[in-house]
Write a protein that binds this ligand. Structure first.
Ligand SMILES: N[C@@H](Cc1c[nH]cn1)C(=O)NCC(=O)O
Length: 437
């Protein structure tokens, strides 16, 4: 563990994940071209993006179960291969029907990569390096989004649709080949952990994993932190920035890149804080969510067009949300045995993506409804976006309530099982301050 071989496994896994994020985010960049190529409406395209996320989220639990049964290597390589096929289908699709089939394959393959990699890290590394490396994984992988926003977009607009999607697919093909050659489920000198005997057994164990308050805490942590940034980066950010706020297309692309770059800075800091203060992880999650809520409120309530500095603040806060969501996997790790960690991670990962596609879909519905009712002059009007983006308060607010309930039950269980009592953070801070004084 923590050997040279571990780092090779880590590097190959992160590469495969980065390629997966590239495939995932290509359609957002190619939205306008797709609308022209397949002669479809914005609503159908947003439904297509949502469908891909639904497939991704819907497969998280089955894939989590499979990880516990067959190990993560097989899933990372198979997932990469399926994404290659999906992107090639899209590259040559003659009609929207075939394009949809391609995107379903991309969503399905993508679903297998991240949680398998998190599981792999838990086998190849130990101790405090696990939350840190999980952060590096999420944030280096997110560079895939930059690859789609810059080189992919360049090839798309200068060379064409088919070469752009085929070139993107070639990266996942490289991930597949490297994965077959270099990945292994665990170090050779570590005995195999007892695996569930069959998929049936794994399904039976799923109920227990789901019922654990710690798993639920992970789910809601992921749900509240990552959804805003995902809905923005994958779909609504670009039309909002360009059509509603009036920012130039090039600058808007840079702002979407800022979300990823912020994650690269915030991720390691959150990784250190998570490892250093394991009993305060939920406070980190709540702090990130509250900040997001405040910054969104300022943007949505700003009289007139929000100033550029506020938009920068918004993308930076969303950039912290992505790594914040990885704290959810740390809860899964702390409160589940290693043999069911794959399914626990799958459950956690459903959280953020469910909230993301609900938000993405509702934003589209609210924009359409306002336009159809004649309330907005154009589909992407600033005032129309104000109402549409407000839906996040309902979706994420619900998640915060559920998170607080899961946290209460997790703390009660910790007290019963381990005698560890965790009080409110302000009490702990006050006590510390008094001790100093
Ligand atoms: N929230 C992401 C990870 C992340 C880190 N920085 C930005 N995003 C997540 O949970 N991803 C899962 C996946 O499959 O990508």
């Amino acid at each position: 563990m923590n050997s040279r071989r571990s780092w090779i496994v880590f590097a190959v896994g992160v590469f495969a994940y980065m390629a997966a994020v590239l495939q995932r985010s290509t359609l957002g960049v190619a939205g306008v071209d797709a609308a022209e190529r397949f002669e479809t409406s914005a609503a159908l395209l947003s439904a297509l993006a949502v469908l891909q996320l639904v497939v991704y989220a819907g497969l998280q639990i089955p894939i989590g179960l499979l990880i516990d049964r067959v190990g993560p290597k097989l899933l990372i390589t198979t997932g990469s291969a399926i994404m290659v096929i999906g992107q090639l289908v899209l590259a040559f699709a003659p009609s929207i029907g075939i394009a949809i089939a391609g995107r379903i394959l991309v969503g399905a393959g993508d679903a297998a990569v991240f949680i398998s990699l998190i599981r792999l890290i838990n086998s190849w590394f130990q101790g405090r390096s696990v939350p840190l490396l999980s952060q590096w994984t999420g944030n280096i992988g997110a560079i895939g989004q930059i690859l789609s926003a810059l080189p992919f977009a360049w090839v798309l607009h200068n060379v064409g649709w088919t070469p752009a999607f085929a070139a993107a697919a070639s990266l996942s093909f490289a991930g597949f080949v490297l994965g077959v050659a270099f990945l292994a489920d665990r170090p050779a000198d570590v005995p195999e952990q007892p695996r569930v005997a069959s998929v049936k057994d794994a399904v039976r164990g799923l109920g227990t994993t789901l019922k654990r308050p710690g798993t639920q805490l992970g789910f809601w942590s992921h749900y509240v932190t990552q959804s805003s940034g995902t809905a923005f980066a994958l779909f609504w950010g670009f039309p909002f920035l360009v059509s509603a706020v009036g920012i130039a297309q090039g600058t808007a692309s840079v702002l979407l890149v800022v979300i990823v770059l912020t994650g690269l800075v915030a991720g390691p800091i959150l990784g250190i804080l998570t490892a250093r203060f394991p009993l305060r992880r939920s406070n980190l999650v709540l702090g990130i969510t509250a900040t997001l809520g405040l910054v969104w409120a300022a943007v949505l309530l700003w009289p007139g067009v929000p100033p550029f500095w506020l938009i920068v603040l918004l993308v930076v806060s969303m950039g912290v949300g992505g790594p914040g969501s990885l704290i959810g996997f740390d809860f899964a790790r702390s409160f589940n045995p290693i043999r069911s960690l794959g399914s626990a991670n799958g459950i956690v990962n459903v959280g953020g993506f469910t909230a993301s596609f609900v938000i993405m879909f509702l934003i589209g519905v609210i924009l359409d409804a306002q336009f159809d009712a004649g309330w907005s002059d154009s589909l992407y009007d600033l005032d129309a976006f104000r109402l549409a983006f407000s839906v996040q308060y309902l979706v994420i607010g619900f998640g915060v309530v559920m998170l607080l309930r899961a946290r209460r039950r997790t703390r009660r269980k910790m007290e019963e099982d381990e005698g560890i009592s965790v009080g409110p953070i302000w009490v702990a801070l006050l006590r510390k301050w008094k001790r100093r004084g």
